[in-house]
Design a protein around this ligand. Structure first.
Ligand code: GLC
Length: 732
């Protein structure tokens, strides 16, 4: 409807009806049966009258159920304002894709946009109008469980992905196949001290603005309709009550006009943080800062009215929040069609349809990273006698922790993938993913095979391995060892699996390790004891098929790491674009008094941008068409890349720039461009990047965002450790 009608509707609401629009509850308040629960369920003190006025509902999905709840809700609604259905569609709805950290390794923004499009189409038929995605938190610490949900450690790359996801999900919102999206978790949630979830974030303002905030801004500039606040503090102020972030940055500087929603129960958590005496003060702090919707607490519904009556809060603040919610519902066409895309027939036709599965399989091929391939063991010849061993050999738990709507039965295991390729595969589980104790610490119900006879399983594994020509060992961490609340202080796989690896090594056959995890694990021992190593992440519904395509060479590897793999957990946080110190490690000899560890190297085991292929790419030196850059010109940086192998392949050419001197310390390098090229065997192509003054801007000593004159290094290569470099000078 016309915006003027939205204003009229707002003006017609009572204070209770207004506050109702700012409450979000999960489906259990509307339906008897248990709903998907993504946070602590607690006695909220919510009454039936509050439920009848609630503005939105989270994590209730399914065309029939959504239409039923909406119909019953509207029948009793006086002002006929439809409920807004929101859900966590993170890496797909029913058709699940690799976890975002795996997708981040594709360096393929077009594919990412397609995936968001598919997720929107599938979820829209199930009645979802808003997804709590993209999660774009920059991550540098593998101990944090939610790295699995992020695209990785690089600001530039995450910005590209954020824009692609928003475009894929949204489009014109009154079209019922599109869904609105919610960028999260604003801000800096990915940098908790110690990698421990919900912990404080302690970073200076320059790092926050330089590395962390741009990704949320990119999503907003792409048109993202909603922002979710994060559980952490910034500057010792919980984000949900952080006026500077939610008002000054988001509203005044970035001109964001959309809805701000709290994360699950976090307004009430202001009390636990120790900045709110009670719920009433929590309600004031959050609303004053600019948090529009209260997710899953009763703080707003209980206290906003009295805060208005006591003139502690101005009604205008409430009206602005409610208007934003009503305008979002209007953009989504809910007033004209409260059921939007919910359609039982279409839901059946679309869920897991062939086209969606095909894209999912392609995304697996583009997300698995080949980390090692000695003796060119891979690709495996189809007639090779394979022993498929390990807890992930037949597992269907390949969707990751946020695939809350996936049906595991629909997931292709590695075993099924190999069978689909060659008809047979000898298989044995051989070990357990989790030690007993670890299972009890997950805090989530898991199905553990209590009949698992570790001794017999190991004997089985040894027996089939002895008869095979190659061992494919599918190992990893449990899906619940990452994700929300999944922080770990150790980055290892279970002792049971390490024991299995040792036993397999003793058989002296080539070993291909498939690693399933939601984070970079410490792969040192595994790397030392295998011939080939593939990081598979949690690859989603087509995991086994996509992995088999790569194993047998039906597809070639093209993924590159979007997050560094630490040499040891003691290095965390470890990331490529770190600042230079005053005592850098010298390239030759040992100088104790330099910035290094006594016991491990500074470099990660595998660096950002690293990944092997069945092809071999050779880089020529960099050619710059001019040495001097000014504000109104640009430099062309060109490099020739040749595929010197006999296998067609795709290379991700990466452009890094280093500012050799600034008014503040600058990173040793920063990704500033990528180019994906496909090369036939022996084919050579020239890749050219445009370097502009704008790419060199940063937050200077006066916190102004601008470039500074001086010398710069440009590096172009196949990963962040490339030393293929050239120099240029910026002159103002
Ligand atoms: C969770 C998560 C958030 C999610 C929300 C709703 O606590 O932090 O990412 O969108 O609750 O499920």
């Amino acid at each position: 409807m016309e915006l003027s009608k939205v204003q009229e509707l707002l003006a017609s609401l009572t204070i209770e009806e207004k506050i109702g629009q700012l409450i979000q509850l999960n489906g259990s308040f509307f339906e008897e049966q248990e709903e998907v629960v993504t946070g602590p369920m607690q006695e909220l003190g919510i009454h039936q009258k509050d439920i009848q006025l609630a503005g939105s509902i989270l994590n209730t999905v399914g065309a029939k159920k959504v239409k039923n709840i909406q119909r019953k809700y509207l029948e009793q609604s006086k002002k006929k304002i439809p409920l807004l259905f929101m859900a966590d569609i993170i890496n797909g709805y029913k058709t699940t894709f690799p976890i975002p950290l795996g997708l981040g390794c594709s360096f393929d923004t077009e594919m990412i946009q397609d995936i968001a499009r598919i997720a929107a189409q599938e979820a829209a038929t199930a009645g979802i109008a808003v997804t709590f995605s993209p999660m774009v938190d920059l991550v540098r610490d593998a101990r944090w469980g939610r790295v699995m949900e992020s695209f990785g450690e690089d600001t530039y790359l995450n910005c590209q992905y954020a824009k692609a996801m928003v475009k894929g999900y949204q489009g014109k919102l009154d079209e019922k196949n599109n869904i609105a999206c919610c960028v999260k978790h604003f801000a800096g949630y990915g940098a908790p001290i110690g990698g421990r979830d919900y912990n404080s974030v302690d970073m200076n303002e320059r790092t926050l603005f330089q590395a962390y905030l741009p990704v949320y801004q990119a999503a907003i500039e792409a048109g993202c309709e909603m922002v979710m606040t994060s559980f952490n503090t910034i500057d010792q102020i919980p984000v949900t009550a952080n006026y500077k972030l939610l008002h000054t940055v988001l509203r005044e500087q970035w001109k964001f006009r959309g809805v701000v929603i709290s994360d699950y129960s976090e307004i009430k958590e202001l009390i636990a943080h120790g900045i709110a005496e009670d719920e009433k003060e929590a309600a004031y702090l959050a609303m004053h800062a600019g948090c529009d919707i209260d997710m899953m607490t009763s703080v707003y519904v209980k206290h906003l009215k009295s805060l208005i009556e006591e003139k502690v809060l101005d009604i205008q603040v409430i009206d602005d929040a409610v208007r934003r919610v009503l305008e979002l519902k209007n953009k989504l066409g809910l007033f004209e069609n409260p059921y939007r895309g919910a359609d039982e027939q279409l839901e059946k036709e679309r869920e897991l349809c062939c086209d969606y599965r095909h894209k999912a399989r392609e995304s697996v091929q583009k997300s698995c990273v080949l980390l090692k391939n000695n003796q060119q063991l891979l690709p495996l010849k189809k007639d090779k006698k394979i022993a498929l061993i390990g807890p992930y050999s037949m597992s269907k738990q390949l969707n990751g922790m946020w695939s809350i709507y996936a049906d595991e039965k629909e997931t292709a295991s590695v075993y099924e993938g190999i069978i689909n390729h060659r008809g047979i595969a000898e298989c044995a589980i051989g070990a357990k993913v989790l030690e007993e104790c670890a299972g009890n610490q997950l805090g989530l119900p898991i199905s553990q095979d209590l009949e698992f006879d570790e001794k017999r399983e190991l004997e089985n594994a040894i027996e089939i391995a002895k008869k095979a020509e190659v061992i494919v060992l599918a190992l990893g961490e449990h899906p619940y060892q990452s994700g929300e609340g999944g922080s770990r202080a150790e980055l290892s796989i279970s002792d049971s699996q390490l024991g299995l690896l040792k036993q397999m090594k003793a058989i002296h056959k080539p070993i291909v390790v498939l690693m399933f995890s939601g984070r970079p694990l410490d792969l040192k021992i595994i790397e030392e004891n295998c011939t080939a190593l593939i990081q598979c992440w949690f690859p989603g519904v087509e995991g086994g098929n996509g992995i088999a395509d790569l194993l047998f060479g039906e597809a070639n590897f093209s993924a590159r790491l979007s997050m560094s793999f630490p040499y040891s957990v003691g290095q965390c946080p470890v990331y490529y674009n770190h600042d230079q110190t005053g005592r850098p490690v010298e390239s030759v000899g040992i100088n104790r008094f330099t910035s290094r560890y006594l016991d491990v190297p500074n470099q990660p085991l595998y660096c950002f941008g690293y990944g092997l292929s069945y092809s071999i790419f050779e880089y020529g030196s960099i050619h710059l068409d001019k040495k001097y850059l000014t504000k109104n010109t640009f430099i062309k940086a060109s490099v020739k890349v040749k595929n010197i192998s006999n296998v067609k392949g795709e290379e991700t050419v990466q452009l890094y720039i280093r500012d050799l001197k600034g008014s503040v310390v600058r990173p040793v390098k920063e990704l500033k461009g990528i180019a994906k090229i496909t090369l036939e065997p022996k084919e050579e192509k020239e890749v050219t990047f445009k370097i502009t003054e704008e790419m060199l801007r940063f937050y200077t000593i006066s916190m102004t965002y601008e470039s500074e004159e001086g010398s710069f290094e440009v590096m172009i290569g196949s990963n962040s450790e490339t030393y293929n470099k050239a120099l240029f000078v910026l002159q103002k």
